[in-house]
Ligand binder design. Structure first.
Ligand code: 2HA
Ligand code: ZN
Length: 271
């Protein structure tokens, strides 16, 4: 079957990276069944022919109006689809959508009318913000990293500042690669506005947002970077947990040692 990826090597390469990340999510046990979802802004690959492609769905509501997304194109994982299937073939587990001129609805244009992720309004709100602030970021990633989600089951770790300082102190690289740390959103129903709104506010100040008793959200210039941010912070959580399994609480680098890394490596403390 002819795919939108046929004869579009640059778009295929971008989605190959998405597929590679989906494979990692499955291998890490972060993407059980249909767990997790993602979007990639592919507007830069939308040639004249793609822009002329007819819709294969009726207009669907985003749930919010997002003025910066007018005429944009996104690859979205499909609702109910498996990351491990996406790893084999992105177009079997997701679709390409076009945002309509009202900035409040979208239509599917390829390859099959696979309805996007249930978290689409949250993902597209993040995409809208990333364009608005001129970040150049293209990817949003929601997944279920085991150790970070486990930590979010304790009141102690729902304090963003305390959680961030603890994770930074596990190994120097955590601060180096996640200098804005992790923000925590209190438990809210998946796909709800109560989850989407604070996520958007917290991602403005943090590398990754942790949803209590659920998962994480990360953004990045491409899908690999969004994955790396999540992986770096979850690695720190795994070290903390491994020390617990050895029967002690990890000592952590001192606050002074952490501060020295920020100074020496000239790490930003805002986006
Ligand atoms: O798409 O992870 O939060 C499945 C989910 C929803
Ligand atoms: Zn989820």
């Amino acid at each position: 079957m002819k795919s939108i990826l046929t004869d579009r090597p640059a778009l295929k390469q971008a989605l190959d990276t998405v597929a590679e990340v989906a494979g990692y999510l499955w291998q890490k046990g972060w993407a059980e069944r249909n767990g997790g979802n993602l979007t990639l802004n592919i507007t830069e690959y939308a040639d004249e022919q793609m822009r002329a492609m007819p819709a294969i769905s009726k207009p669907l509501p985003i749930g919010v109006t997002l003025p910066h997304l007018k005429g944009c194109y996104f690859y979205c994982k499909g609702t109910g689809k498996r990351m491990r299937d996406l790893a084999r073939d992105p177009m079997c587990a997701g679709s390409i959508v076009r945002i309509l001129d009202d900035c409040a609805t979208y239509e599917i244009i390829a390859d099959e009318p696979i309805v996007p992720t249930s978290e689409i309004s949250s993902h597209l709100s993040l995409q809208n913000y990333m364009i608005e602030c001129g970040s150049g970021y293209k990817a949003t990633l929601h997944t279920h990293p085991i150790e970070l989600v486990a930590m979010s089951h304790s009141q102690e770790w729902l304090d963003s500042e305390h959680l961030t300082q603890t994770l930074w102190s596990m190994i120097p690289e955590t601060l180096a690669f996640a200098p804005l740390g992790i923000g925590v959103v209190p438990y809210a129903l998946p796909s709800s506005v109560e989850l989407a709104d604070p996520t958007l506010q917290l991602i403005k100040k943090h590398d990754v947002v942790l949803w209590e008793k659920h998962g994480t959200v990360a953004v990045g210039p491409d899908m690999m970077e969004a994955f790396d941010q999540t992986d770096v912070l979850n690695k720190a959580a795994t070290i903390f947990m491994t020390a617990k399994n050895f029967g002690f609480t990890a000592e952590g680098m001192t606050p002074e040692a952490v501060q020295t890394i920020r100074t020496v490596f000239n790490l930003p403390n805002e986006r």
